[in-house]
Design a protein. Structure first.
Length: 212
């Protein structure tokens, strides 16, 4: 049921239709990034439900692909994973070692996917790679290509991204998520992920509608 509702929301989303049709800039990149990040979080939730090497490997593959697609925000899932370890280590002290081992292994496997490309471009094209990295950093400190906006830019774009009616349901939905969740740690992890994304891109000086 959850998967069906998620798919229904996606296929009826105005911004998704704009991205799929190519009307919104960076459509192929943003859609790919959304896919990989969503899949990494899905695989991690499956791992939390029934820990197995299959789900751990999928977390690594999807997060690594997300980084290759649109750099370090693709590691969002590991921030949430680390948070759950901090939240649960008191209640499950005997599981702490296993949690840390799984987390470290998944993160290292993800690095094995995206680091070779970084080594390659710096080895073969050092000047171009350095300029590319400098350009990426500028997005955070300077409104690149004139994409400027106030700190609340992404909050203003909520109606554009989710619809004029849906925007009023988002906050109640997050409240329900927390108070009705069967696993409070999972709920907190999701709320923190959402908050981190909005805070990070609100601080960033370069603004674009689909960043969040």
């Amino acid at each position: 049921r959850t998967g069906y509702l998620a798919a229904l929301l996606m296929m009826s989303s105005w911004i998704m239709i704009e991205l799929v049709s190519g009307r919104q800039e960076m459509e192929h990149n943003d859609l790919s990034f959304l896919f990989y990040v969503s899949c990494s979080i899905w695989a991690w939730m499956e791992w939390r439900t029934r820990a197995s090497w299959k789900w751990l490997l999928l977390v690594s593959i999807f997060s690594g692909a997300a980084v290759l697609c649109k750099w370090l925000p693709g590691l969002l899932v590991f921030g949430a994973w680390g948070l759950t370890i901090l939240l649960e280590w008191r209640s499950k002290p005997t599981s702490l070692s296993a949690y840390l081992t799984s987390f470290s292994l998944a993160f290292l496997l993800s690095c094995f996917l995206f680091l070779p490309w970084q080594f390659y471009i710096f080895s073969e094209f050092p000047e171009e790679a350095r300029r590319s990295y400098d350009f990426n950093i500028q997005h955070f400190t300077f409104p690149v290509d004139g994409h400027a906006g106030p700190w609340y830019y992404h909050f203003e774009k909520i109606s554009y991204l989710y619809g004029s009616v849906m925007q009023w349901l988002l906050l109640p939905a997050l409240v329900v998520l927390y108070f009705k969740a069967g696993n409070k740690t999972n709920a907190i992890a999701f709320l923190v992920m959402i908050s981190v994304v909005f805070v990070f891109f609100s601080i960033s000086q370069t603004k674009a509608p689909c960043y969040t």
